[in-house]
Design a protein around this ligand. Structure first.
Ligand code: FEO
Length: 404
């Protein structure tokens, strides 16, 4: 694949990882692959904004060589330490040993702890600038979006924002721009990315967007470090982030369960039926059979979570326990939840579920429902009403019900 000129004299020189299916140490499934985007800015001084994941260093170098000899690079902007963006830094610095590496103080620390190599490092803070010639690079620190070292780079002359991970998506394509790809797939991947990586950082994201708006920096293009570049309507992804970070949800409930011999599954289906009949959208997942990354995406706009498990060793089943542990880390706000499940001679699962929902910050708004062995006709009715009850609570108070 050749470099792609995204603006006059600015080139995408990244790599497409078509086959990656697990990311971040198996915390994120990437069914559509991903890209590692790096940008080469040609001016009186030459800047490379970010690099790529280490195994793709040769692809990056090849693309740079198509445009310029790498030794002519003056600056390598390191927006983020994480290895999917800095992995090729040692290889590129070998070819341009006089280049300055530019990043935040935390980035300097992080790069050293990753690569243990000497580099000529220029530390920058929000508002610092580097004049390349006709163009300028302005730096905006973005700590915890999503690492302490994270930074955005902005080029005012091009009204181009390069925010690294923010506004990205794991989507491998031969196209580079939003107007060239299927919009539903693009937004689906953007939502999945936000849900799985950025959910706990909502308040920081809202503040950062507000800060950028106050800086009055016009944005015509957003070029993130994963996936597609936003040029048709860059505000679309900013609006989506404002909504997600603001915990806007809809009348939707996800029913997530794990079952041993089918009793809890029977309960889950009846609960989902009650929710549907109450006029609320529902999604049902057997978590032991489902892709957790996709389930977390479905949780992003759901206002209610109904969670169930059979009891095993006085607690919940292991796939559900793993899912809830992950959910706890994401700390979704403004949601309500409830627990259900079957048991044999002693319960335990529903209490564990309720405890973890509360620890996560999800308001438990109705008593749990437990069934010994298999549900009888009366239990089935109770489950149906249980579904109607959580649906009713969501409809009754709207999106602000669980503001806690
Ligand atoms: Fe795409 Fe935080 O790395």
């Amino acid at each position: 694949m050749k470099p792609c000129e995204i603006k006059n004299g600015i080139y995408w020189v990244g790599a497409v990882d078509w086959n990656v299916r697990n990311f971040h140490g198996h915390t994120y499934t990437t069914k559509r692959g991903t890209t590692y985007n790096a940008y080469l800015i040609m001016d009186e001084k030459v800047a490379l904004v970010d690099t790529v994941y280490g195994p793709f260093a040769d692809e990056l170098i090849e693309k740079v060589k198509d445009i310029i000899s790498p030794e002519k690079i003056d600056y390598v902007i390191a927006n983020h330490v994480e290895t999917d963006h800095s992995g090729a830094l040692p290889a590129i610095l070998k070819l341009c040993p006089r280049a300055k590496v530019v990043g935040t103080a935390k980035c300097k620390e992080g790069l050293f702890r990753n690569y243990y190599m000497a580099m000529d490092f220029q530390t920058v803070k929000t508002g610092d600038r580097i004049k390349l010639g006709k163009r300028t690079l302005v730096f905006i620190e973005a700590p915890m979006i999503h690492w302490p070292d994270s930074m955005f780079t902005y080029c005012p002359e091009e009204e181009l924002l390069m925010p690294n991970d923010a506004f990205g998506q794991h989507l491998a394509t031969s196209q580079r721009f939003d107007d060239e790809v299927d919009e539903c797939a693009l937004m689906d991947e953007a939502a999945k990315y936000y849900a799985n990586i950025l959910t706990p950082l909502g308040p920081i994201i809202l503040k950062k967007i507000e800060e950028i708006q106050k800086m009055s920096v016009p944005i015509k293009m957003i070029a993130p470090s994963h996936g597609i570049i936003w040029r048709k309507d860059p505000m679309k992804i900013i609006r989506a982030y404002l909504s997600w970070a603001g915990n806007e949800t809809k009348e939707k409930i996800i029913v997530i369960y794990e079952t041993m011999w089918g009793a809890t599954e029977k309960m889950a289906r009846k609960i989902a039926e009650g929710i549907t009949d109450a006029g609320v959208e529902v999604r049902l997942f057997d978590i032991a059979q489902s892709d957790r990354t996709e389930v977390i995406k479905e949780a992003l706009d759901a206002r209610g979570y109904a969670i169930g498990s059979s009891t095993h060793d006085n607690g919940m089943l292991p796939s559900l326990a793993g899912f809830l542990e992950f959910l706890k880390g994401l700390r979704p706000k403004n949601r309500i939840g409830c627990a259900f499940g079957s048991f044999g001679w002693a319960g335990g699962a529903v209490k564990d579920i309720e405890d973890i929902l509360k620890e996560t910050g999800i308001a438990v708004t109705q008593p749990a429902i437990g069934v010994q062995y298999a549900p009888d006709e009366n239990d089935v009715k109770r489950c149906y009403e249980f579904g109607r009850e959580i649906a009713g609570r969501i409809k009754e108070k709207g999106a602000n019900y669980a503001k806690i």
